[in-house]
Ligand binder design. Structure first.
Ligand SMILES: CCCCCCCC/C=C\CC(=O)SCCNC(=O)CCNC(=O)[C@H](O)C(C)(C)COP(=O)(O)OP(=O)(O)OC[C@H]1O[C@@H](n2cnc3c(N)ncnc32)[C@H](O)[C@@H]1OP(=O)(O)O
Length: 281
């Protein structure tokens, strides 16, 4: 297959190297032997998803698709936090245009990662609340390190996760568990997440997690890539199409919702109660 040839792999690796020097929030490396790419989120200190990081993730996914990536491992440069989800400070008293772009880019990231033709694994080497869990859920497989938390805690902050994310959770852990988890905004410890199927494997170190991730990706070595990706598209396509149809409407309702004073009050309370950094009065 074309993308397995040394020339294409070299082109891909060079591209990624050049790209990484321009985009310091996501570092991409390619294992020349396996052809697997590792994208490491590195926005200090907790990979909270602001417009810049989301834009870079989106560009990275686009390039991986274009260059016929053989498999992706998504992980974090922090040894404490995989991603803290949306940047809560950017959602507080926001500029409407900026959050419009932010929401639309978040949708793009989900469409590209959830709908990627290549296999994907999240090495969850730190906490993964809300948008962090979303990134992990968009991948096909999750390997998580011990003593961290993961889940969709949107209800605790004062909003509901969007339908496409609810569907992603439901497809992963089943309807009943998803209803319990989403309505309470539950954050699960690693072992609990393993029990309900929110993560697939637990590892004791990042090295072990990467090994497990590569083992998952290697399962597809003998499967024709087009057959694999067609099957993935058949399984995930309806969920993606539902968002594509409703994308602009969802952005509008998100912006209205987030700029409303009731949401702003509950976000302000959440930040004051849960984050060390406080709001400037
Ligand atoms: C139509 C309607 C649509 C509705 C929209 C649906 C949207 C669905 C998708 C996503 C939603 C979201 O992602 S909302 C974000 C939710 N995130 C959280 O609740 C995480 C909050 N943070 C934490 O729980 C913890 O910080 C942590 C577990 C991630 C890490 O804990 P730890 O103790 O290791 O670290 P600190 O708490 O000391 O934090 C370190 C540092 O980071 C800052 N921080 C943490 N989280 C965020 C964040 N989300 N945004 C911005 N900044 C964050 C924290 O303030 C500390 O800052 P300082 O070092 O400066 O003190």
């Amino acid at each position: 297959m074309a993308f397995r040839t040394a020339r294409n792999l070299a082109y891909f690796s060079n591209y990624i190297r050049n790209y990484s020097t321009n985009g310091p929030l996501v570092n991409v490396t390619v294992n020349e032997k396996s052809g697997f790419a590792t994208a490491t989120l590195q926005r200090p200190s907790v990979n909270s998803l602001n417009l810049e990081l989301l834009t870079e993730i989106s560009h990275t996914l686009q390039q991986l698709e274009k260059n016929k990536c053989r498999g992706l491992i998504l992980t974090s440069a922090s040894n404490k936090v995989f991603s803290a989800g949306l940047d809560l400070f950017e959602l507080h008293k926001p500029n409407a245009d900026k959050i419009k772009q932010m929401w639309s880019t978040l949708q793009e990231v989900w469409i590209k990662l959830y709908g990627s033709s290549y296999p994907t694994v999240a090495v969850v080497n730190g906490h993964a609340p809300a948008g962090g869990c979303m990134l992990a859920l968009s991948c096909e497989y999750r390997v998580m390190l011990n003593n961290f938390i993961i889940g969709l805690n949107e209800a605790q902050i004062g909003f509901s996760a969007p339908m496409w994310l609810i569907d992603g959770m439901r497809n992963t852990i089943g309807s009943r568990q998803a209803e319990f988890a989403l309505t309470a905004g539950t954050l699960f410890k690693t072992e609990e997440a393993l029990k309900i199927g929110l993560v697939d494997e637990v590892a004791q170190s990042k090295e072990e997690a990467i090994e497990k991730a590569e083992k998952f990706l290697n399962k597809f070595a003998k499967i024709p890539p087009h057959a694999r990706s067609m099957t993935k598209a058949a399984l995930r396509g309806a969920n993606i199409q539902a968002l594509v149809r409703n994308k602009d409407e969802e952005v509008r309702s998100y912006v209205d919702f987030v700029t409303d004073s009731q949401f702003q009050d509950s976000l302000g309370e959440f930040i004051e109660l849960n984050l060390k950094q406080k709001l400037s009065k």
